[in-house]
Ligand binder design. Structure first.
Ligand code: ADP
Length: 445
């Protein structure tokens, strides 16, 4: 074998390249798989393309009898070099093969190269994770048989078509989770050899994100519709001259203003949450004295507490509660917890606030306790979700169901802290949040 190659190629490197067909598959594979990959993700496309080039290199070497095709991996040529040029070239090919195998094996997508009958030529590691161990065995149809039948039809279709032809299939795998996937099948031509690459991407996370987005839009529209309907009906009554009594007119106008304010609050909270979740909003850190901040917020709510004959006080003020935080955002959290305690506690109730240090967790902990309605156990896991309101609470107080979610985002996403609740129906609730005493690179004064 070595001898015959030497005769064919001569001593020159150029001669070797002319005599060997392997670059052809590699060159063909690059645009074909890049095109396939680009349908999934621009970054992945060229990685896949280079991988396919490596497959081409190996396939060509295998055709000369120098690579072993026992498994569907990419193997490098093994035999001894007959001359210096060839041996340098072979070493370069081995290095490229190893690099591209590593890239393919570390991709998050399953990548396979199959012939027109669906027999595997190559499959990366993730392909066997997705489709079963046997999917990685070269020379079998295990991989194609583990995929929905339309994939085989697509392989036959692109194999019969010109190079670069590709098909996109959205389907579910035939596993117990029915994993949603996007599959790109693209043709690779090497002379008479009609091959196809199959790239399988798990789109579970994307589907879940889409579901959450439509869920959010549905809930937001529902919440917006109620005040809008009220405002429209009221405006129509005014326009038709139906409200003539001056006292009634004032009451109507006040109700409309109230609903407008609720609408404004809802939209503002939605925008705040979306700014935090998309990373646009950033906390402006400075040393915050939590005792002073809590006193200020409690003072702001005293008038409402007094009006409703409620006892509102700060029952504990630990020393050293200074931590780096955004003071405006911390006030927003504090006022939301206080106003909730006021809203969901009957007149005459008691609300007490504590500012403490958790030495173990190195955090400032602020708690707001009330002896109000409490939250049923089944509702606790959903309480910090978007638009969630405890059943029956809408009759007690108006709300958006977004306040606690905003608090969660401010405390956890923006400050690396924690927020939580302990509650019992009919006994009351303790809402708390903890802010680290030190942020990375920032220290309290
Ligand atoms: P909103 O109060 O505007 O509805 P939040 O997100 O602040 O929205 O609160 C979500 C839900 O959590 C409330 O609708 C209420 O059912 C419940 N909740 C919040 N705070 C308390 C509390 N202190 N006591 C009882 N239930 C509460």
């Amino acid at each position: 074998m070595n001898e015959s190659r030497r005769q064919e190629t001569g001593d020159s490197v150029t001669g070797f390249w002319h005599a060997r067909p392997f670059p052809l598959v590699a060159i063909l594979a690059i645009p074909a798989v890049a095109a396939a990959g680009s349908l999934l993700d621009g970054t992945a496309s060229w990685i896949v393309a280079f991988g396919a080039a490596a497959i081409g290199v190996t396939a060509a070497l295998a055709s000369t009898g120098r690579a072993q095709a026992g498994s569907a991996g990419i193997s490098a040529p093994m035999t001894a070099a007959p001359n210096a040029n060839e041996s340098v070239l072979r070493r370069a090919i081995e290095v490229r093969c190893a690099e591209r195998t590593a890239i393919l094996e570390n991709l998050a997508d399953a990548v396979m190269l199959v012939d027109g009958h669906g027999e595997t030529r190559f499959a990366n590691r993730i392909a066997s994770h997705m489709l079963g161990e046997s999917a990685a065995i070269a020379g079998t149809r295990a991989a194609i048989e583990a995929l929905p039948t339309q994939v085989l039809r697509a392989v036959q279709g692109v194999a019969a078509a010109r190079a670069g032809d590709r098909r996109r299939i959205e389907c579910e795998l035939q596993n117990k989770d029915k994993t949603p996937v996007v599959i790109i099948v693209a043709s690779v031509k090497n002379g008479d050899d009609a091959l196809a690459t199959i790239v399988v991407r798990n789109v579970c996370a994307e589907r879940e994100a889409d579901r959450m987005k439509s869920d959010f839009v549905a809930k937001a529209s529902h919440e917006l519709r109620t005040p809008l309907t009220f405002l429209r009906a009221s405006a129509e009554m005014f326009a038709d001259g139906e409200v003539t009594d001056p006292t009634e007119r004032v009451k109507f106008a006040k109700d409309m203003l109230g609903e407008t304010a609720r609408l404004e609050a809802l939209v503002n909270k939605m925008l705040d949450i979306s700014r935090i979740e998309s990373g646009i909003a950033r906390a402006k850190f400075e040393p915050v004295n939590f005792v002073a901040l809590v006193d200020e917020c409690v003072n702001l709510q005293q008038a409402e507490a007094l009006r409703r004959r409620m006892a509102l006080s700060v029952s504990r003020r630990s020393a050293g509660t200074i931590a780096p935080a955004d003071p405006d955002l911390m006030k927003q959290v504090m006022l939301n917890l206080l106003s909730n305690a006021l809203k969901y506690t009957p007149d005459g109730g008691t609300i007490s606030v504590e500012v403490d240090i958790d030495n173990l967790a190195r955090s400032v902990v602020v708690s707001v306790r009330d002896n109000g309605l409490g939250v049923p156990e089944h509702a606790l896991p959903q309480l910090f979700g978007k638009f969630y309101r405890v059943e029956g609470h809408e009759k007690v107080a108006k709300g958006t169901g977004l306040g606690l979610n905003l608090c969660l985002n401010i405390v956890e996403a923006m400050h690396g802290g924690q927020i939580g609740v302990d509650s019992q129906v009919g006994v009351g609730s303790r809402f708390w949040f903890a802010i680290p005493l030190e942020q990375a690179g920032r220290k309290a004064a």
